[in-house]
Every structure is written in C-alpha cells, then in structure tokens.
Ligand binder design. Structure first.
Ligand SMILES: [Zn+2]
Length: 108
C-alpha cells in the first residue's frame, strides 16, 4: 500500500509540474509523468496480487485427541457429540474460516 501511495504522489507531482510549465507540447516533460504512471500501474498490480493471495486461505488441520475431541490448528478445541468434522458435514473451520482438514487420532 505504501508503494502505491508513493507512486500516486509522484504521479501527482509530475502532473502538477507539467501543468505549471504549461508546455504540454514538449515531449520531454511527459517523461516523468509516464514514468510515474507506470509506477502506479506496477504498484496496483502488486496490490491486486497480494489481495488475491490473501483470499486463498491455508487449510486448518483438526487433530483428534485421545478423548475424541478435536484440536484445531488455529488454537481452538471442538467437541462433537457424535463423529468427527466429516461425519457432521463440516468443510470449513468455524474458528478461523479456513478449509478444514481432518487429522484422525492415530494413537500418538
Ligand atoms: Zn481454524
């Protein structure tokens, strides 16, 4: 986000500089504006990529303990009266919202 703010500020400064000089027909004066414009586009692309990456949540492993309760990877504990997450139709962790991955008790 800081990168985009910086790029937008540069773009505004370059635009103001062009207006102040009032010489829009001089190609050399467009160079800083074009450069700043490109930086804004790059920063926007980075932000879009980061936003998409944030939407892809990792899975949350629910591991069954020796009592049949479930310890969640995000630090909670869940108790079912009967069966486990899959038996109860749970597809997502109700604590962190990530896709639920069931890890049955294996005696360890
Ligand atoms: Zn979780």
């Amino acid at each position: 986000m800081q990168e985009l703010i910086k790029a937008v500020r540069e773009w505004i400064a370059a635009t103001d500089a062009r207006r102040a000089l009032n010489a829009s027909d001089e190609p050399a004066l467009f160079a800083p504006l074009k450069k700043a414009n490109k930086r804004v586009k790059v920063a926007e692309a980075v932000l879009r990529r980061e936003a998409l990456a944030a939407q892809v949540k990792p899975s949350c492993g629910w591991k069954q303990d020796e009592d049949g309760n479930w310890d969640t990877a995000c630090g909670d504990k869940h108790i079912y009266i009967d069966g486990g997450p899959k038996d109860n139709g749970a597809k997502f962790c109700c604590y962190c919202g990530a896709k639920l991955r069931e890890v049955p008790f294996n005696g360890v």
